[in-house]
Design a protein around this ligand. Sequence first.
Ligand code: T1G
Length: 650
Amino acid sequence: MSDMPVKLERRGAIAVVTIDNPPVNALGLAVRQRLLELVPELEADGSVAGVVLTGAGSLFVGGADITEFDHPPQAPHLPELLERIECAGKPWFAAVNGMALGGGAELALACHYRLVSPKARFGLPEINLGIIPGAGGTQRLPRLIGVEAALPVIAEKAQIDGQRAVELHLAAGLVEGDFLAGAIAAAAEMATLPLPSPAAELPVADPGEGFWTEATARIHKSAKGAKAPLAALESLRLGVQKGAMEGLSFERETFLRLRASDEAAALRYLFFAERSASRSSSLRGVEPRRINLAGVVGGGTMGVGIAAALLNAGLTVVLSERDAASLERARTALEAVFAAQAKRKMHSDQEGRDRLARLKRTVGLDELAGCDLVIEAVFEDLNVKRDVFARLSQVCRADAILATNTSYIDPRLIVEGFGSQERFIGLHFFSPAQVMKLLEIIPLPQTAADVKATGFDLAKRLAKVPVRAGICEGFIGNRILKRYRGEAEQMVAEGVDFAAIDAALRDFGYAMGPFEMQDLAGLDISFMNREAARGRGENVPEALGDILVRAGRKGQKTGGGWYDYEPGERKPQPSAATARLLAPSIGAPKQVDPGKIIGRLIKAMADEGRKILEEGIADSPEAIDLVEVHGYGFPRGKGGPMFLSARNAI
Ligand code: T1G
């Protein structure tokens, strides 16, 4: 009896139905089957005046069971169940004790009344999964709260909390204190009232052409090519203009079509990959160290971003620079970061000032003595980094964790000779560090388990996606980037126009192609790496990018790299200079189908990914895809190179 996912108990004339299906009370098959049995059962029970439906634990319902989506839908389907509840002859009260997401929100909307706790939240996040609500959300919500209030929830990931739900008359009441008892009491009182009309039958006002035009433009922009948000808007609009019945069938047909799409499959894959990323099986049960005071060495682009990320997460930060002028530049840069965040409504101006108030600035390293964790983010040079760690290992507490943000250098070489490796770890952030979600965690062979666990815990506190990476040149991300760029350059050498390659990658979903990206980041970074390798006597062939750098073309910062740039402009312009410089090194021009360009580049990334897996540098194909999506702009709706390769989609 106890593992039944739906529990039934009686409280006087009220039947209490509790969905108890850990971890998130998802509306899986067994839940749907049991609820469908209960509707007629309770209907026929003359001693039942009303039904209170709630969720066990802190959630109401986390939605339909996403794990079922890789398989054909199984009856009973959610729309059928919700229609039975909506048309029941006795009132069903959704006692929303916490998150009611997706199908969970739709279930609450089909009930006759909603009673909410202060922790209640209604959301229809289906577009995150490349689908739209499939059980009436786009039809019932606007009929209960109006189109203007419903649209942001349906197509823009907005949520409605308990208080707002009462204000919108979505909920009949807010129940404080002992929520379930209060909800049952309210239900007992309201059970005798005439049943309200089913939400799907309520009238809804059409806000007019202007509203739809503006909404379509706004959502088209924010969707960045994803299909689901506009499909959700279309379902809402069609229901408003053609009626709920047509709206419900359009919604269901659209939901099923998107559910079967490659984009939805990719987004589901990433949904589960992101959730398993934060839990490294090898660290289960290892307690992370408590980090309250964090130090950052270096106030350049990376140092400022890392300090901002730590301050955003509530930590107190000591930022160190080598001299007062550099420290002043770092302070100005940090203030600009928080001003920009306030402008984007991430927080208020006051909250920005409060966060900056937790920043201490210092010249030199001595003031880092009290830090629990210090992250080094100085110039990418072995000797410069070693000088920092030599000093840190003297001034910092023995139990302080010392981390390097190196993106290429072997961390063992950086900390060699500075005491036991147990407290050293690589924490590789991505620029801008306060925005990019990826954190490559690079343990050294002797890094202590609780130090590794602290890296993963820090990622969670910074709302980042952690990926363990082994030690090799470029770890996971930069190693694949090198292969990706090498393959792209090889195509140029064979005569393919690099602008055509960039265009193909943009159409595929990247914000920019490899050559535009190099111009933004600077061609000199990889040039210096190659020169350093040549300096070590390694045989590194001349790259096309080297020809450009030797001619002074380092990218946007020099007004030209692969492309030309007008002063102060970021728009890439075709370059006669580049064409002239590269002509002797590239083949006769040739046209290649964009699909072939994409296929070749992603195959190269996946091939390198397979090598990385064989060498144990990454723990799973999912880990590699998380690196590509959260660190290198791989389009989310495509899943990742390993995902596409596994599906033979390239
Ligand atoms: N189905 C199956 N498993 C789910 C799930 C779901 N809906 N939601 C979460 N899980 C798993 C997750 O993989 C993890 O598993 C564990 O639960 C804890 O999750 C018809 C079609 C609810 C806010 O999009 O946003 O309804 O890794 O780590 O931080 O219109 O999970 O432990 O094995 O995220 O406390 C719409 C998705 C579905 C909500 C809880 N619903 N979930 O956050 O825990 S589509 C969603 C979340 C739908 C209808 C349509 C969050 C959460 P494991 P967690 P959390």
